[in-house]
Design a protein around this ligand. Sequence first.
Ligand code: PLP
Length: 354
Amino acid sequence: MPILKASPLVEALQTYSAPLEGRRGLLRLDFNENTMGPSPKVVEAIRGMAPEHYGMYPEYDALKHRYAQVLGVDKGQVGLFNGADGAIHAVFQAFGAVGETLLMATPTFGYYAPCGRQQGMVLQAVPHELPDFHYPRQAVAQALQSRPRLLMICNPNNPTGTRLDPSWIRAMAAAHPHTLVVVDELYEAFTGDTVLSTALQQPNLLVLRSLSKTAGLAALRLGFAVGSAEIVERLERVTGPYDVNGFAVTAALAALEDQDHVCAYVQEVSAARDWLLSQLAAAGLRHHCDGGNYLLLWPDQDPDRLVAALRRQGVLVRPMTGKPLLDGSVRVSIGSRAQMKLFWERYQQCAGVS
Ligand SMILES: Cc1ncc(COP(=O)(O)O)c(C=O)c1O
């Protein structure tokens, strides 16, 4: 029997997969997740969900309303998605088109490029500037002259931590109204840099947020797109009517009631980060840390072997093998001080750093 082929665009793709299997019970420093868990209020709310609600399609109005209230925006300016990834996918579905250009700085979050390829877009990836991985402002400003369809900006950037001044993003969006500028602010809680207030007035600027990283709800998949009501409505046109599940809605409402939990987590991560940075400096180990709850380090030995050795010791980190500019490094997510102490102890054992 001949195998039925998908569309030519899909036949040219590869499955986008991440090393997500077999991580339970290990110290997870490989996906920049919250490593300490969600608010107890979330757990209580999920436990309290009436079984009758398991059988019902979810309702979204209350959550949209509440999130809009938290941000001080209108309900119509908020879209709910199955994780920020769902929002990214919708952006490309709605605004990508064959032959149009996706502009981004590289390396960056790995899901933008496959979404662009799915739409047959031309990828224009401008490298970050070495040695400190600065955002390539001049080259991006130059590339914007050719009217790319989409500019994806991750601020702070995963995995380099690169921070970009929100006023520069605003100026670019204002000067290039034919380009949709999407600012992925998943790690914004760690820097405070945001273009949110402008996104509401500037029709070609969209902000993405999620409850995966600080609120500790990565498994439940809840992301937001915030911007002009017209853009958000276009994204909703390409999103299924019940793509966000009811457990996620219940959990999100509870998480939004406990901002103190998120603030305490962010503070703990920041203290843990300072501690780890002092250890790395004292050990003379090459590293790079900027915004976000993660840093890059360059082990003296083969990074893949080191990552495997750490896994055997119960610690997961992410090799950057094959990533532009980052070959030879590993990305380490930052958790609590106790977790980073454990990481550093195990790292020294595996790498022989004294
Ligand atoms: C920059 C960035 N955007 C989006 C995502 C996906 O987030 P979510 O879990 O909300 O789909 C991630 C996850 O690692 C990320 O790092």
